[in-house]
Design a protein around this ligand. Structure first.
Ligand code: URA
Ligand code: CA
Length: 433
């Protein structure tokens, strides 16, 4: 086989065979196919697209380009949740103990990552002492015992994706649905999940700004998962404004604790119940989504979901007292109220802009080397559709620096206040399985 022929074939809109796709991925991983040919191929895919069968073959080839994790020593159906990313997305912190307390094993491998706030590991580390540096054996033992554990990622998963994603980044080929879908799904499959629930975000703060694109991405990922033998469902949810109120690591941990107590923000609670119900059904712990939802509502009400978070934290060396005394989480030195300059209704909060306002305080990493300040961040006091009077607080800033000018300027830029009553956007647009 010659790469030039396969580029030509895709350029002309033909369909590649599984063998041809494997040849491309293997050759690129081993540096036998140079970047310039892979770039040309990625651009051909960008314009011509891929069939569902090609997308599944691409995913499978990327999965097998590196290590895969074997979770078979963990009892039960391991269901993983993946979010395509948003601002202040606290769902994992809530969902892991929530579904675990309903008997669903949650074996999470997580990274730190770049972004407005830290990743799941950073947020968990807001609990003093919490550590993800545990051995594989201990990880498996904890999931079997507590139904939930989180470990830092060490294995060399999907090297083909790392290489191809960096190449796409500099060749204007990131925004191709088959390439995004195979990139995301390959990482989920390589990390050993038996079943997958996808939270595909749409709106200004999401990767997929348009609903139709989000739907097509969700459809493609669900098809790939199911074709490769893992039951997969997707929920398409709103990211025109941040989810919940808190944006920042310790602040989101506190918000997760409130939510597990049944006292969290309405949107975050609802999304966790919806995603969690799909996880419970895929794990075979309930027959229907309705049954699953009432199980989850019960464990929130009777305190067992919160008790599960405590056990989870304690098992990984975290201070369990934090769960009852969230004031023991890292606290910023200063708080500052950002007040409305006029009366009206909040009609927009540009999610990625307000995310950046949290990031400039130190809540997130701009580069892999940046240090995160776990204590800092924002708490939104008004969301889309809310009435605000001049002088009332829009956002509370938690900062370790007295100078919050840059942050405050970004907050004002992200909020739109209008005289007309605006409705809150829908939370969930569609579900696919
Ligand atoms: N996230 C990924 O992991 N891969 C993509 O291609 C896009 C977003
Ligand atoms: Ca949040």
């Amino acid at each position: 086989m010659r790469m030039v022929d396969l580029i030509e074939k895709k350029r002309d809109g033909e369909t590649l065979t599984n063998e041809e796709i494997k040849f491309i991925v293997d050759g690129y991983t081993k540096d036998e196919i140079p970047d310039y040919q892979m770039s040309a191929w990625a651009m051909a895919v960008f314009f011509r697209g891929m069939t569902d069968e090609e997308s599944a073959a691409l995913t499978d080839a990327i999965v097998h380009s590196g290590d895969t994790i074997d979770l078979s020593a963990i009892e039960g159906t391991k269901v993983d949740k993946h979010s395509t990313g948003g601002v202040g997305d606290t769902t994992t912190l809530v969902l892991a103990p929530l579904v675990a307390s309903a008997g669903v094993p949650v074996a999470k491998m997580s990274g730190r990552g770049l972004g407005h706030t830290g990743g799941t590991i950073d947020k968990l580390e807001a609990i003093p002492g919490f550590s993800v540096e545990i051995s594989n054996d201990r990880f498996i033992e904890l999931v079997n015992r507590n139904k939930v554990a989180v470990i830092g990622q060490t294995a060399d998963l999907t090297p083909a994706d790392k290489k191809l994603y960096s190449l796409r980044d500099v060749t204007a080929t990131v925004n191709s649905i088959p390439l995004i879908a195979s990139s995301i799904m390959s990482k989920k499959l390589a990390s050993g999940a038996d079943a997958i629930v996808l939270d595909v975000k749409t709106g200004s703060g999401a990767f997929m700004k348009e609903l139709d694109d989000a739907k097509e991405l969700a459809r493609t990922m669900v098809k790939i998962g199911n074709d490769l033998g893992r039951n997969t469902s997707a929920v398409i949810s709103d990211m025109t404004q941040p989810l919940g109120y808190a944006i920042g690591n310790a602040l989101e941990m506190k918000e997760a604790i409130d939510t597990l107590k049944g006292q969290g923000p309405e949107d975050l609670t609802e999304l966790c119940l919806v995603l969690g119900s799909h996880m419970v059904v895929l794990a075979g712990k309930a027959e229907t989504l309705e049954e699953a939802r009432s199980m989850l509502e019960n464990v929130m009400k009777d305190g067992s979901a919160l008790a599960h978070l405590k056990k989870f934290a304690e098992s990984q060396n975290g201070d369990p007292d934090v769960i009852e005394h969230p004031e023991k989480l890292p606290q910023a030195a200063y708080t500052y109220e950002v007040k409305a300059k006029e009366s009206g209704y909040v009609s927009g909060i540009v999610a990625d802009k307000i995310g950046t306002a949290a990031m400039v305080l130190g809540a997130g990493r701009a580069t892999k080397q940046s240090e995160i300040d776990l204590a800092v961040g924002l708490v939104l006091r008004r969301k889309i559709g809310d009435r605000v009077e001049e002088g009332e607080t829009l956002v509370t800033v938690h900062s370790n620096s007295e100078n919050t000018d840059d942050c405050v300027k970004r907050i004002y830029e992200s909020y739109t206040i209008s005289q007309d009553k605006t409705d809150a956007p829908p939370l969930i647009y569609d579900v696919m399985k």
